[in-house]
Design a protein around this ligand. Structure first.
Ligand code: MEV
Length: 328
């Protein structure tokens, strides 16, 4: 069996707009998905998953990609998770040319599904890395990121950027603009995450922004303005100017709200963080529900979030310096 892990991420700036060619800056954090892949004697795919949420409930299922798993979590989330694994395994078969090979896949993840922390990208990166290594091929990081991007692209119906998968494969803070993906020097940021216990449907949220953008010129302008915020954010990151980074995160949240991807609980958590003295706060990822990211070196934001109705969990996140890790 080969086992790999890959980190989740938060977006400091630029989600959604990155789908339309604007730059984005996601940052890998130390919450990980670990995927074990073992070759089977037949051509079946069996997936076993545990700990698919931060609050520690365990999801266990054993099934095939063809049969519905017997578990008590939102079916759309499970379908999505199965879709990513299925598609990642297709990439493994494609890279290695072994198109009839079957696998037992085991997933353990600290990253809540669909909550904006990059669970699908982390699972795709770790599954492709472990699957290819199980068949004797070790991919370079760039190819791994590209293959994981293809996985997301397919599952999300052709609406995905390279940001999540590149960040998860390489670790650290990265800058992505179209096909151009690179690592950034980032200051050690005091990242606090708030999680409302929910999730958003990335495909639907991305499609919603797309149609707004087509319908209203001001929505297209909003997407471009997010790009401007990202460019300012890069300068603030380079200058280690945490107050300015936070201020720009606040702007970024406002524009994401205008594009309709925030929610009442995300807004409540953002305001709780700001009122507690955070340098800035915004939703992270596709939105609709899930997580916010705030910057606060003190304990105030975590304390405030823990008392905020609608916030189910809050924690401090460390930057993940490394992306994919080969464990076995
Ligand atoms: C989702 O984590 C981030 C989005 O920008 C979609 C993408 O980049 O593929 C909303």
């Amino acid at each position: 069996m080969a086992v790999s892990s890959a980190p989740g991420k938060v977006y400091l700036f630029g989600e959604h707009a990155v789908v339309y060619g604007e730059p984005a800056v996601p940052c890998a954090i130390e919450v990980r998905a670990r995927v074990g892949v073992e070759k089977r004697a037949d051509s079946k795919l069996r997936i076993h998953a545990e700990d698919l949420s931060l609050d520690g409930f365990t999801v266990e299922y054993g099934g095939t990609a063809d049969g519905p798993p017997d578990v008590d979590v939102q079916e759309s989330l499970l379908d999505a998770a199965m879709g990513y694994v299925d598609s990642a395994i297709e990439q493994v078969r494609d890279v290695t040319g072994e198109d009839q090979v079957g696998f037992d896949v085991t997933i353990e993840s600290d990253i809540p599904l669909g909550a904006g922390l990059g669970s699908s990208a982390a699972v795709a990166v770790a599954a492709i890395d472990a699957g290819t290594r199980e068949l004797g091929t070790t991919l370079e990081t760039d190819e791994l990121a590209e293959r994981a991007y293809q996985t997301e692209y397919e599952v999300q119906g052709g609406q995905a950027s390279r940001a999540d998968t590149f960040c998860s494969a390489t670790g650290g803070a990265v800058r992505v603009e179209g096909d151009d993906c690179r690592s950034l020097d980032a200051p050690d940021l005091p990242i606090v995450v708030g999680f409302d216990g929910g999730a958003g449907d990335t495909g639907k949220l991305v499609a919603g922004v797309r149609s707004l953008r087509e319908e209203y010129e001001f929505a297209a302008d909003t997407v471009e303005s997010i790009g401007d915020i990202v460019r300012n954010g890069e300068q603030a990151l380079a200058a280690d100017d945490i107050e300015e980074i936070g201020r720009l995160m606040d702007f970024n949240h406002g524009l994401l709200s205008a594009l309709g991807v925030s929610s009442r609980s995300l807004d409540s958590m953002v305001w709780a963080a700001r009122n507690a003295g955070a340098h800035g706060a915004k939703l992270t990822g596709a939105g609709g529900g899930g997580c916010i990211v705030a910057l606060d070196p003190t304990d105030e934001t975590e304390t405030a979030l823990s008392y905020t109705p609608g916030c189910e969990d809050t924690f401090r996140a460390e930057l993940a310096e490394t992306g994919v890790e080969r464990l076995e």
